[in-house]
Design a protein around this ligand. Structure first.
Ligand SMILES: NC(=O)c1ccc[n+]([C@@H]2O[C@H](COP(=O)([O-])OP(=O)(O)OC[C@H]3O[C@@H](n4cnc5c(N)ncnc54)[C@H](O)[C@@H]3O)[C@@H](O)[C@H]2O)c1
Length: 256
């Protein structure tokens, strides 16, 4: 019988931002199908909780924390240490990001720079560091973009929209660079997903949160599980003929 995602058994999967939300769920799901997960995050407490949950479910995970991937030296160090543990990298899942939101006219320069560093530059740093390892036997890079990078963000998200559009463009280019080495590169663009950051924001801004659902065809916010399932598929051999694409997972919000 066909076992779903059997191709991920024993694969070395690096996931960024495993302390929370989609990164934690991905760590749980990849570990559940037998992958050897190596996570990192700036948050120590959250990452230790993720480790506890993965191990309690019988999965394999090594986490490193605190790692600030917006610092190129730390990002490279994490990737190289992770690669040395099992001697290879099969999947790099660039999930971590944090934006600064502000009104455009007074958008602070350091807020713009922070967003580009923490949403776009960190993807370049980890990808460049992982490239020589992925080139050896091929592999998969999954970059988390956003529908904000396709349609704009709203609510002070000029830098966020620009950074995520950059992630989509970088993904397409790297798919071209990687094809000759058997490296597939894809992005996932989530819509509005109920993760700790978003839930806290929605609780404080109910008037702004409700209209976010107005265009959804599937009338609910997304859950981290909705994204993790797609990431598992994209990382697996079931997606062997998919590269360079931006997969939208948003309950139909931007599709019509
Ligand atoms: N939640 C949504 O509605 C939504 C929508 C579209 C895209 N996304 C994207 O999904 C991804 C996951 O976000 P989430 O919703 O799970 O949010 P989250 O805030 O729950 O998780 C993000 C994690 O990344 C970590 N992180 C951020 N910057 C880091 C850095 N420089 N170095 C190391 N770790 C860092 C954070 O500490 C956190 O644990 C992000 O790329 C985000 O932009 C989220």
């Amino acid at each position: 019988m066909h076992t779903p995602n059997h191709s991920l058994q024993d694969k070395v999967v690096l996931i960024t931002g495993t302390a929370s939300g989609q990164g934690r769920e991905a760590a749980l799901r990849f570990a559940a199908v037998g992958a050897r997960v190596i996570g990192c995050d700036v948050s120590e407490e959250g990452n230790l909780e993720t480790r506890k949950q993965v191990e309690a479910a019988g999965g394999s995970i090594i986490t490193m924390e605190p790692v600030n991937l917006a610092d190129p030296v730390s990002a490279r160090q994490w990737v190289e240490e992770a690669a040395s543990i099992h001697g290879r990298i099969d999947v790099l899942y660039n999930n971590a990001a944090r934006p600064h939101f502000a009104d455009f006219e007074t958008f602070p320069l350091d807020g713009w720079q922070f967003t580009i560093d923490n949403e776009l530059n960190l993807v370049f740093y980890t990808t460049q560091a992982a490239w020589p390892f992925l080139k050896k036997q091929g592999g998969v890079i999954i970059n988390t973009a956003s529908t904000a990078g396709m349609t704009g963000s709203g609510y002070g998200g000029a830098a966020h929209a620009a950074a995520k559009a950059g992630v989509i463009g970088f993904t397409k280019h790297m798919a071209f660079e990687g094809a000759q080495f058997g490296i597939r590169v894809v992005s996932i663009s989530p819509g509005v997903i109920e993760t700790p950051g978003f839930v806290a924001w929605a609780r404080d801004n109910p008037d702004e949160a409700k209209p976010l659902l107005a265009k959804n065809l599937i009338p609910r916010f997304g859950k981290p599980q909705d994204i993790a399932g797609v990431a598992l598929f994209l990382a697996s051999d079931d997606a062997a003929y998919i590269t360079g694409d931006n997969i939208v997972v948003d309950g139909g919000r931007v599709s019509w």
